[in-house]
Design a protein around this ligand. Structure first.
Ligand SMILES: Cc1ncc(COP(=O)(O)O)c(C=O)c1O
Length: 430
């Protein structure tokens, strides 16, 4: 039995069935350098998914690895019960990178926990359990994060104590307002938001939580300015706007450092995770002090902001900024999108191509229709893997392919990715 088959057998014995694995024959990734990884059977891949948009500056970046090694030798963990300079420094850095005024940061170990903390703050600050979220969204796997996730294939429960209503706007390709131009689309979605607040809530709503661009939902998004228009309605009654920047933050979209900046809106609360740690377990919430400090009971995070993760995240952000990887994301993203446009023109199974910067999605459909084709998406996953390229999957119907390499990807590597994507797309057609 091959190493991977043997490992899969052991995985199935002790890991829950609902922990989704990619590929008919799942692989273990054991090594990585730059944009490339090696699997447990010695095969090399160009990684255009980065462990779900998390390996942001690349594998084995010496500046980051060495910072982590130095810290690991000194102190890994102390808890939030003690002063922690690496955590404070990281918070200072992040505060300097946001437009949220008088901001404070609370560190978590994941995006899910960041979502949960944002909801805790918003519901207590507003004294309300009513929350609005976007259709086709994904905000995490915990009880509360599941409640605000608007994607049926990623929602296992709606039992939380939150009362949630879902708003139109993010999944434009499958929106009833698809035929409207940008301005009319924004108007229709804003009217829908107002209607939902007036018709289905008590009027005292805590917050709207939204990804500036869908992540798991397949990198679809409303027109720039959508959330500024929403925010005008929210502000009428003091409803908070929570921007989930777990996938869109740190320059991933190329045009902006934070996804919400495309909309011309400053959130009241912002969450982050994934790329900030380049694989170290770092997430967090940024909020104005008056909101962040609204908890009256004590709270701790045993692991959140621990010295090891904080030092790793700091080295990672420094590397990102020093190498201006946001500009690289814009440039390489344009290159990738241009190449994919040519591929899509020749493929009847590609219904929609979209995204921003280095977060690009291909929506697979049954040729000649808009009916989702998860089969074509799965075939594309297998074909690309066979040729040495890792990409991701998502979308409400599991029919969106997601391409999101490290922000450090080079022009040559984009070329390699495109030639594999072109060959594989042709095979899917056949
Ligand atoms: C937008 C968004 N929010 C939250 C989460 C949850 O993050 P985590 O998986 O780190 O708990 C994810 C994960 O994919 C995400 O994409």
């Amino acid at each position: 039995m091959s190493a991977h088959k043997n490992l899969l057998k052991r995985h199935q014995q002790v890991i829950p069935n609902w922990v989704a694995l990619n590929y008919a024959e799942p692989i273990q990734i054991v090594d990585g350098k730059g944009s490339f990884v090696t699997d447990g059977e010695g095969n090399q891949y160009l990684d255009c998914f980065g462990g779900i948009l998390t390996t942001m500056t690349g594998y084995g970046v010496p500046e980051i690895v060495e910072a982590i090694q130095r810290q690991a030798e000194k102190m890994i963990h102390t808890s939030t019960l003690y002063l922690n300079e690496p955590m404070i420094e990281l918070a200072e850095k992040i505060v300097g990178l946001t437009e949220i005024e008088n901001a404070k940061v609370f560190f978590t170990t994941s995006g899910t926990e960041a979502t949960d903390t944002a909801l805790l703050l918003a519901t207590l600050y507003r004294n309300s359990n009513e929350v609005l979220a976007m259709r086709s969204s994904y905000h995490g796997r915990s009880f509360s994060a599941q409640a605000v996730t608007g994607t049926s294939s990623w929602t296992s429960t709606t039992y939380s104590g939150l009362s949630v209503n879902f708003v139109h706007g993010s999944n434009r390709y499958r929106s009833p307002f698809i035929d409207l131009d940008d301005a009319a689309y924004i108007e229709a979605c804003t009217n829908d938001l107002r209607d939902i607040i007036n018709v289905t809530t008590s009027g005292n709503v805590a917050a709207l939580i939204a990804e500036p661009m869908l992540g798991v939902g397949g990198f679809d998004h409303g027109p720039d300015g959508l959330f500024a228009s929403f925010d005008e309605v929210l502000k009428e009654t003091g409803i908070l706007f929570i921007a989930d920047e777990v996938q869109t933050g740190w320059g991933r979209t190329g045009e902006n450092f934070w996804g919400h900046q495309a909309h011309g809106v400053v959130p009241d609360i912002m969450t982050f995770a994934k790329g900030v740690g380049n694989g170290m377990s770092v997430g967090g919430v940024v909020a104005r002090a008056e909101i962040m400090d609204c908890l009256t009971a004590n709270s701790i995070s045993t692991f959140g902001g621990n010295p090891l993760c904080a030092v790793g995240a700091m080295a990672n952000i420094d590397y990102l900024l020093e190498h201006d990887l946001q500009s690289n994301a814009l440039k390489m993203g344009n290159l990738l999108m241009n190449g994919l446009n040519d591929i899509a023109n020749d493929c009847d199974w590609i219904g929609n191509l979209r995204g921003k910067g280095l977060a690009i999605a291909i929506e697979a459909v049954k040729p000649g229709t808009k009916a989702p084709s998860p089969e074509a998406a799965s075939k594309m996953m297998e074909e690309t893997r066979e040729r040495g390229l890792l990409i991701g999957k998502g979308g409400t119907y599991g029919n969106c392919l997601r391409i999101a390499p490290p922000l450090s990807i080079s022009e040559d590597e984009v070329g390699q990715a495109l030639s594999i994507l072109a060959e594989s797309a042709n095979k899917v057609k056949a």
